[in-house]
Design a protein around this ligand. Structure first.
Ligand SMILES: NC(=O)c1ccc[n+]([C@@H]2O[C@H](COP(=O)([O-])OP(=O)(O)OC[C@H]3O[C@@H](n4cnc5c(N)ncnc54)[C@H](OP(=O)(O)O)[C@@H]3O)[C@@H](O)[C@H]2O)c1
Length: 275
C-alpha cells in the first residue's frame, strides 16, 4: 500500500496530482478547508472506483495547531507516507496575521510546510523510498527579508508568495541535510503559470491580473506531467525544477548557512508560541 498526502489537494495542481496518484493505486489523503471541494474529490474518487482509497481532511493549515492535528491523524491512519505534496496556498493582496501572530503567507506557504516536512519525517522514513514535493521558488524568488520575515514593512502583495517560495527552498536544503541517511528525496518545484483557481482575496488591480493568469496559464495536467518524472525518479536528494527542467541547487538561493539560519529562527518562533 502506497500513500500520498497532498495539502491543497482539493484544487488546482494538487487536485490533479491527487487524481494521478489515485489512478496509480495509491491511498490519497487531500487536505483543504472547503468541505464542498473535499466532497467533490471524494465523489469523483467513488465514481472512478477508488472511493475506498480516497480521504479528505478539513484543516486550516495556516494554524500551527491544525498542522499538528494533521500530523497526528496521518500517523494514526497510515503506516507510512510515500509521497508528501505541500501545495496549499491562499494569497491576500493585503497583509493579514493569523491568530498565531504570523503573516498569513508565512504561516501557510512556509511554516505549515516546515511543520509537515519535519513532523512527518518518521512516517516518510518508513516508506521504501519517499518523496516530498514542495512548491517553492526553485531558486528564482526572493531575496529573503532577514530583518522582516513577517513582511511588516512595505508588504509586497503578490511578492509575498515569492518570498514564501524562497523560504521553502531553504527548508528543502535544511531538511535534506538534517536527515542524511533517510531514504527521502525533496523536490522543489516552480511550475510556471498554471490555470488554477488561484484561491485568494485580491484588490482590484491584482484581481484583474489573476483573472488573466487563470486563462493564460497552462493546464494543471501539463504541470503534473512536467513534475511527475521527478517525483518518480528524483535525480538527487534535493532537486529543484522549473517548468519540467532541473535547475542547479548550488546557487545563493540554496545556501546551507542561510538554510540553517532560517531553521533556527523558525524553531525559536515555534518555541515562543503558547502551546
Ligand atoms: N498556479 C500557478 O500559476 C502557480 C505558479 C507558481 C507556483 N504555484 C504553486 O503551486 C501550488 C498549487 O497552486 P494552485 O494554483 O494549484 O493552487 P489553487 O488552485 O489556488 O489551490 C489552493 C489549494 O490550497 C488549499 N488551501 C487554501 N488555504 C488553505 C488553508 N488555510 N489550509 C489548507 N488548505 C488550504 C485550497 O483548498 P481549500 O479551498 O479547500 O481551502 C486548494 O486546495 C501552490 O503552492 C502555488 O503557490 C502555482
Amino acid at each position: 500500500m502506497s500513500t500520498a498526502v497532498i495539502t491543497g489537494g482539493t484544487d488546482g495542481i494538487g487536485r490533479a496530482l491527487a487524481d494521478s496518484y489515485l489512478q496509480r493505486g495509491h491511498h490519497v489523503l487531500v487536505v483543504g478547508t472547503s468541505p464542498e471541494k473535499g466532497s467533490a474529490f471524494l465523489a469523483a474518487a467513488a465514481r472512478s472506483g477508488a472511493g475506498d482509497r480516497a480521504r479528505f481532511l478539513r484543516a486550516d493549515l495556516s494554524l500551527v495547531a491544525e498542522n499538528r492535528r494533521t500530523i497526528d491523524l496521518i500517523t494514526e491512519t497510515y503506516p507510512a507516507v510515500d509521497v508528501l505534496v505541500l501545495g496549499a496556498r491562499y494569497h491576500r493582496s493585503t497583509r493579514v496575521e493569523t491568530p498565531d501572530g504570523f503573516e498569513s503567507n508565512f504561516a501557510l506557504y512556509y511554516l505549515s510546510r516546515f511543520l509537515l516536512s519535519h513532523g512527518l519525517v518518521g512516517h516518510l522514513r518508513r516508506a521504501e523510498r519517499a518523496t516530498v514535493l514542495n512548491f517553492g521558488g526553485a531558486g528564482l524568488t526572493g531575496p529573503v527579508r532577514w530583518d522582516d520575515l513577517q513582511l511588516r514593512r512595505n508588504y509586497p502583495g503578490t511578492g509575498a508568495l515569492g518570498h514564501g517560495g524562497a523560504l521553502c527552498d531553504l527548508l528543502g536544503v535544511h531538511f535534506t541535510r538534517s536527515y542524511p541517511d533517510a531514504p527521502v528525496s525533496y523536490v522543489l518545484n516552480h511550475p510556471g503559470v498554471v490555470a488554477t483557481s488561484f484561491a485568494g482575496e485580491y484588490d482590484r488591480a491584482t484581481a484583474a491580473h489573476v483573472d488573466r493568469l487563470r486563462t493564460s496559464g497552462k493546464p494543471a495536467s501539463q504541470a503534473v506531467a512536467q513534475i511527475l518524472p521527478f517525483l518518480d525518479a528524483p535525480p538527487a536528494r534535493l532537486t529543484a525544477v522549473l517548468e519540467g527542467r532541473q535547475v542547479p541547487t548550488d546557487t545563493r538561493a540554496f545556501d546551507p548557512g542561510d538554510a540553517a539560519r532560517l531553521h533556527a529562527i523558525t524553531e525559536k518562533l515555534l518555541a515562543d508560541l503558547p502551546r
